[in-house]
Ligand binder design. Structure first.
Ligand code: SF4
Ligand code: SF4
Ligand code: SF4
Length: 351
């Protein structure tokens, strides 16, 4: 059967064009990559009733249903209504009307995450919970954005290659009286992290705090509990990572030691920033390219409007994506030390 298909319209509805004429692949969102197993029955049903009987785990952790015929899209959209309601409205708290017309937009891509501290012993953060909170701020929206959340700087989810790559980190607490000087944390940090620990002549630990990535390998290995994870949940965020044919690049360290409130405040401004940057025109531009176009300094001004930083927070003074950055903290410093144009006030010392 011949169809006059508006590919763009179908794509916005989360159906991707197939190399087989008249067929599409549905991409179902799974924010944070964690949902109740009961939804798998619906996915299987979709594949067998409307697809070609196969199933693909999407590269952005979506449920992909290939082989959906164009003439069945309407029925599929009705079929997934309960899934969109359960996952986006109930589970993530997204403020949206779920209709018979399926997904309203594809702009904000599925928020990815590793399993985080729901399972992984290295996890400093509940990744899927944070992903769900971000989902409700960026979806539905026509503005393109890719976000991934890793539970620790090991970054198994490759957050570094997203517009925003978030990693759970932690300020470790050292109890000198419990330390027996075994050196295990020194080895663990050298082998699995950044090698910032050393044993001093008193058999206790010295730490070069500048390059500690807050991973928690030292606390994991310590046999006496001299190292423990601190109470405060903190994050580092990389900015501007992407794949693609034109300018693939890893993200650069953007924020360090920020709280969840700072992260959520930032994403709450994303749609407003995108609209402003695109002069309120419906132009399709990847999030990273949008930041490139606006410039880092201008981006920062908009994205942190009304956001209050926690005292430990650090932010990159500037980001140079083309540089060869050897030490992650090169451009990260207390906000009071950032350079500004014009007459300078005497620098205030941060507590
Ligand atoms: S990124 Fe960290 S928390 Fe996530 S799976 Fe990998 S090691 Fe575990
Ligand atoms: S692993 Fe624990 S006990 Fe051993 S040197 Fe490090 S802090 Fe001290
Ligand atoms: S938290 Fe810091 S000191 Fe501990 S292992 Fe990681 S990088 Fe090393």
């Amino acid at each position: 059967m011949n169809h006059d298909i508006d590919i763009k319209k179908v794509r916005i509805n989360c159906f991707r064009q197939s190399k087989v004429a008249g067929e599409f692949m549905l991409q179902m969102r799974v924010p944070g990559a964690m949902i109740e197993a009961k939804h798998l029955k619906l996915v299987q049903d979709l594949c067998e009733r409307f697809g070609n009987g196969t199933f693909h785990l999407g590269t952005r952790q979506t449920f992909d249903i290939p082989g959906v015929k164009y003439e069945n899209i309407e029925e599929v959209n009705k079929y997934i209504k309960s899934y969109i309601h359960d996952v986006d409205v109930e589970m993530c708290g997204v403020d949206m009307d779920v209709t018979d017309y399926g997904y309203p937009t594809i702009g904000a891509r599925n928020i990815m995450s590793c399993i985080g501290n729901a399972h992984c012993i290295k996890g400093n953060a509940n990744t899927y919970e944070l992903a769900r909170k971000i989902e409700r701020l960026v979806f539905p929206s026509h503005y393109h954005i890719k976000v991934a959340v890793a539970g620790c700087p090991n970054d198994c989810v490759k957050a570094n290659f997203n517009d925003f790559g978030i990693m759970g980190i932690n300020k470790q607490v050292y109890d000198i009286d419990r330390c027996i000087g075994c050196g295990s944390c020194v080895d663990a940090c050298r082998h699995h992290a950044t090698g910032v620990l050393s044993l001093n002549r008193n058999g206790k630990i010295d730490k070069d705090t500048c390059c500690c990535v807050g991973c928690g390998e030292c606390s994991l290995i310590c046999p006496t509990g001299a190292w423990t994870r601190g109470d405060k949940k903190l994050y580092r965020v990389t900015l501007g990572g992407r794949t693609g044919k034109q300018n693939p690049r890893a993200g650069k360290l953007f924020l360090n030691w920020v709280t969840e409130d700072v992260i959520l405040g930032m994403f709450a401004n994303w749609q407003k920033f995108s609209a402003w940057a695109l002069d309120y025109k419906p132009e399709y531009l990847h999030g990273g390219h949008l930041i490139d176009r606006v410039g880092y300094k201008e981006f920062v001004k908009h994205i942190f409007e009304g956001v209050e930083f926690n005292p430990e927070a650090k932010m990159a003074d500037d980001i140079f994506w083309a540089e060869n950055e050897q030490r992650g903290n090169m451009h990260v410093m207390p906000l009071s030390e950032h350079k500004h144009a014009g007459p300078q006030e005497p620098a205030k010392k941060q507590a």
